[in-house]
Design a protein around this ligand. Structure first.
Ligand code: ADP
Ligand code: ZN
Length: 757
């Protein structure tokens, strides 16, 4: 029974919010999460595209807890399933999985739980779903919906096609009336449409998120001393987890060896290792036994570690899509993280060799993708902007402080126009028949045989840039291509001058060119990156602000020991964001512990005593203040009762005002919603404004008297400052069906505050 409202719980935003708070302890929805959850709640199919770390799992997990029946989650990653189920269970959610790693008795147990209605989330591998007569079996079980995770696997145009995913078309035929909701981080429209078609989605709601990852800081640099460059990045992240990607196994082994020899802890991961070795190295990384994993691109799909603080590419990735995906493994928890890419021309050659046995049409596509990522590397504008543009989106402004350009780490040449003109006129004098390498040699004044044979040593541009390194000239050529002043054509990437390039030759337009890289790395930021990253409003509200650093480290140790004890990855016990919030609030009571972002009811019960005790002891020893109050987050409903002396309440919005007469006439929220065709949740907001504005002191026309009395009792205990503590007080120990809704609490609280003023 829903005591305070008459709205159907299944369609209620408040219910989603309440469930998210109770089980996950999260305060705010991430962008598009609420929309995606509402879509998942409706029987209409949907396709949700959110970047890695966008929080896709919650988009189906929260609705699954709000709806009757079991949600079936199809996921291609068997290695992830156990973690996902463990993470859900750690939050108190009845979840299970079915895959080929299980023995028959275990599978039988899951099936029997399923039949008894004891499972809210069932993870299934696609091959398991379509084999063994599982589908007919599921037909006899009440299902809430299907969620297809990593849905791009259904498309052969995606980067990870799985033939078994094709079989999923049957779902639509076999389960009419059950919604299918597809989730992916792959943005291209081609793949998106293919997913819709392959899964036979019916008029799906398509939600495409913003592809920018504001909490990531991007850098790219030409390789000079790649090991040194990698070490420099790692040294900015002592004791933090990170991934180094290299193109070949040999390179992986070489880098891992160097890192270990220099006192850092790293493990390799590539297809040449045995399954056991790979598994062990991956586990060591996930369990925080080593900080760094050095891997080929084979690594990553199978991990979900949210606290990866840096991703380094020791070579150029295969495409911008790959880069987005691989670098996207950094900072999934929303906290700041760093992505550095080191490249050189040799990487292009390596990829060309690796990709050369692809069928011709695929190869063409791959080579084009390689050119695009090369353009990103050579690019001289905000990297967030370049990445987002690649996916057909725009940014209102440059990131300002989260890429090497906006951070002014890149030195620019002082005379870009003259330098560009030298390059462009050489291309012109060579009759636009040669590539970048040749052009650089001419400008350098090389005695290369071809140049002499072609008589290009007599060109007026010959040797014009003789004091520069060849690599620098190549960089500049790349930067001119990236900015559209030159283009590469044909099989041999012959350079041609574009119309914009013509304007440069006339002196009408000035390109941007980077200064040559100095031998000592210019990336150079120090470990103060931490504070720098956090003050830059990147990431979720949870960053380093107000965090007691040493306490955070103490809590990390406690987390590790709990993880070992429970045989879980540490991040399932608590994410970094939750630990930082603890080290910021420093709660010593269970009541305050529950206010930590990422502490739901179950984690309070499981870990509250031990963590608050450690916090109390630490704070006592170091004389640090405890139980710090942090103001309401932006997503909290408006705070009631603006003091009237200071000019009264702000004037309510006109849509709310229009409903005031109806409230005065004594209409209920449901009646007003129906009459005005509004959602009840909207009308509750209007009612709150009305009660505040009209200075009403009695909530009982809208809230049942016994509910109002319970809320008031809770206010007496936890204070009238914030809604969340009242909500927790009232609802943490009662079944969902008896929760007092946020809306009702906020009306009672507003009346209460009106009585005090
Ligand atoms: P995706 O699958 O889109 O890559 P996940 O679902 O794995 O992302 O979420 C990434 C991390 O962010 C997880 O640790 C998750 O618990 C956390 N997260 C998701 N939604 C929220 C939220 N609304 N508030 C705080 N953390 C969130
Ligand atoms: Zn930028």
């Amino acid at each position: 029974m829903n005591l305070a409202t008459t709205s159907p719980p299944a369609a209620d935003i408040e219910l989603l919010r309440d469930v998210m708070r109770r089980y996950w302890g999260y305060e705010n929805f991430r962008p598009l999460q609420l929309e995606a959850m509402l879509a998942t709640m409706s029987a209409q199919d949907s396709l949700v595209v959110l970047p890695t770390g966008g929080g896709k799992s919650l988009c189906y997990q929260v609705p699954a807890m709000c709806l009757d029946g079991t949600a079936i989650i199809v996921s291609p990653l068997i290695s992830l399933m156990k973690d996902q189920v463990d993470a859900a269970r750690a939050c108190g959610i009845p979840a299970a999985f079915l895959n080929s790693t299980q023995l028959a008795p275990e599978r039988r147990d899951v099936m029997s739980d399923l039949r008894m209605g004891n499972i809210k989330l069932l993870y299934v591998a696609p091959e398991r779903l379509t084999a063994d007569g599982l589908l007919p079996e599921l037909q006899g079980i009440p299902l809430s919906f299907f969620a297809i995770d990593e849905a791009h696997c259904v498309s052969q145009w995606g980067h990870d096609f799985r033939p078994h995913y094709r079989e999923l078309y049957q779902l639509k035929e076999l389960f009419s009336g059950v919604g299918i909701h597809a989730f992916t981080a792959t943005a291209t429209e081609h793949v998106r449409n293919d997913v819709i078609q392959q899964l036979r989605l019916e008029q799906p709601r398509v939600l495409v998120g913003n592809f920018d990852r504001p909490n990531l800081t991007y850098r790219a640099d030409r390789k000079t001393d790649v090991i040194g460059q990698i070490q420099e990045v790692i040294d900015r992240h002592p004791n933090e987890s990170g991934i180094v990607y290299a193109i070949t196994r040999k390179e992986v082994e070489r880098i891992a060896q160097y890192l270990n020899a220099s006192g850092r802890t790293a493990r390799p991961y590539h297809a040449g290792l045995s399954d056991e070795e790979r598994q062990e190295n991956q586990e060591a990384f996930i369990e925080d036994r080593v900080t760094t994993i050095v891997a080929t691109v084979a690594f990553g799909m199978g991990i979900d570690k949210p606290d990866v603080r840096y991703v380094i590419h020791a070579g150029m990735p295969q495409s911008v899509e790959h880069y987005q995906q691989e670098s996207g493994r950094a900072g999934r928890d929303g906290l700041e993280a760093e992505c550095c890419l080191f490249y050189n021309a040799g990487d292009m050659a390596s990829w060309r060799r690796i990709l050369s046995d692809q069928p011709p049409d695929v190869l063409k596509h791959s080579l084009h993708s390689l050119d695009r990522i090369a353009q990103y590397c050579e690019g001289v504008s905000c990297r967030h902007r370049m990445l987002v543009q690649h996916f057909g989106q725009t940014l209102d402004a440059d990131c300002g402080h989260a890429c090497d350009f906006c951070l002014d780490e890149k030195e620019m040449v002082s005379d870009p126009l003259v330098t560009s003109q030298k390059i462009l006129s050489s291309v012109f004098r060579q009759e636009q028949r040669f590539g970048a390498d040749y052009t650089a040699l001419v400008l350098k004044g090389s005695k290369d045989k071809r140049i002499i044979e072609n008589g290009h040593d007599r060109l007026s541009t010959y040797g014009l840039l003789s004091t520069e390194e060849k690599g620098t000239i190549l960089d500049w050529v790349g930067q001119l291509v990236q900015q559209g002043f030159l283009r590469k054509v044909g099989e041999y990437n012959v350079l041609q001058i574009t119309a914009e390039g013509g304007a440069v030759l006339k002196g009408d337009v000035t390109p941007r060119l980077m200064a040559p890289r100095k031998v000592a790395s210019s990336v150079g930021m120090t470990s103060s990156t931490r504070t720098r990253g956090s003050s830059s409003n990147k990431g979720e509200p949870t960053s380093w602000e107000g965090v007691d650093g040493p306490l955070f480290e103490v809590l990390k140790k406690l987390r590790t020991s709990k993880a070992v004890e429970l045989n879980l990855p540490p991040y399932i016990v608590f994410g970094d964001a939750a630990l930082r919030d603890m080290a910021r609030r420093r709660p010593t009571t269970l009541q305050n512990f529950r206010l930590v972002n990422g502490v739901g009811k179950k984690k309070l019960d499981d870990f509250g005593d031990e963590f608050t005790e450690v916090i109390r002891a630490y704070c006592e020893q170091h004389q640090v203040t405890t139980d710090v109050e942090i103001g309401p987050t932006t997503d909290d409903p408006p705070r009631p009762a603006v003091p009237r002396e200071s000019g009264g309440s702000p004037r309510p919005a006109s849509t709310a005002l229009a409903n005031f007469p109806l409230f005065e006439q004594g209409l209920s929220v449901a009646e007003v919603a129906e009459k005005k065709g509004l959602k009840e949740s909207t009308v509750w907001g209007h009612l709150r404004s009305y009660v505040d504005f009209a200075n009403i002191t009695d909530p009982t026309p809208w809230v049942l008297p016994e509910v109002a009395a319970r809320v008031e009792e809770a206010i007496l205990e936890v204070g009238a400052e914030r809604l969340k503590p009242i909500f927790i007080k009232l609802n943490d120990d009662v079944p969902e069906s008896e929760w007092v809704r946020y809306d009702a609490i906020s009306i009672v609280l507003t009346c209460w505050n009106n009585r005090q003023s």
